[in-house]
Design a protein around this ligand. Structure first.
Ligand SMILES: [Zn+2]
Length: 256
């Protein structure tokens, strides 16, 4: 990517300048392939964007659709997701783009869109939020070149100013792909995958093991929740080592 393309990707350009650039470097919607135009269309055309099945939660507790995935397994203080994920739909085109087509910028962009919704939530305003992106194994990260959950977290942070702690959890073992596993197999496959890395983070809190009564809220950030096994394992890796309020936030929730 050259410097001119870099410039428009982050939305700092004047609208006329953007339209001139679009003539020289046409951009295309990742879903329908139509040409994008102007500074307000980024990665998705306006039609595809407004057609996305957004979750639009009014309740951020365990009672919403994200929270229900974890009933009897985790106790989240905050549950939130942006869109419903449907296989073979526009939403799956977006996920393929950010996961498998080497496009971290779209993950960052969608993070900023999520941030625009999160910044208005009263519950979050009264907390010191720290984002914990679901870690990727070092092998996979090397292969892909980025971790999409970290890019989503950076986008959220850009809008909301939340701190990101990408090293609090460490992915220790490369496990088999979970795509074809059921919920129990997925959870068993994930056991012991995440290691809690306390030193640096806990120094700030004098190595206290109980921070439940503080305003601190750790939010685990993921791209797609399907069975919830990955998030569940992250939750236990934190909760077994540190008593603190924990939340979950995902770009997508698989429609079952
Ligand atoms: Zn489109």
């Amino acid at each position: 990517m050259n410097r001119i393309q870099e410039f428009w990707k982050f939305g700092n350009s004047h609208i006329v300048f953007q339209e001139m650039l679009d003539l020289v470097y046409p951009r295309h919607c990742v879903v329908c392939g139509n040409t994008l135009w102007g500074k307000y269309e980024k990665y998705l055309c306006v039609h595809c964007f407004y057609d996305l099945p957004l979750l639009d939660f009014q309740d951020y507790t365990m009672k919403n659709e994200i929270g229900k995935v974890f009933w009897g397994r985790c106790n989240f203080e905050f549950c939130w997701g942006w869109m419903e994920y449907r296989s073979g739909s526009k939403t799956s085109d977006i996920i393929k783009e950010l996961k498998y087509k080497g496009n971290p910028e779209i993950a960052h962009y969608l993070g900023t869109v999520m941030g625009e919704s999160l910044i208005d939530l009263e519950y979050l305003k009264s907390h010191e939020v720290v984002l914990i992106p679901v870690p990727m194994s070092p092998e996979k990260r090397k292969k892909r070149g980025y971790n999409q959950t970290e890019e989503i977290a950076k986008g959220i942070s850009k809008i909301c100013g939340y701190e990101i702690q990408a090293d609090l959890l460490e992915r220790t073992v490369m496990r088999d792909s979970q795509t074809r596993m059921n919920r129990v197999s997925r959870f068993e496959n994930m056991q012991g995958v995440f290691r809690f890395n306390s030193s640096e983070f806990q120094t700030r809190f004098d190595h206290k093991e109980n921070l439940v009564d503080t305003s601190l809220l750790l939010i685990i950030v993921d791209d797609i929740i399907t069975t919830g096994a990955t998030i569940e394992t992250c939750y236990h890796a934190i909760n077994d080592n540190l008593k603190v309020k924990i939340g979950v936030c995902s770009l997508g929730l698989t429609n079952k």
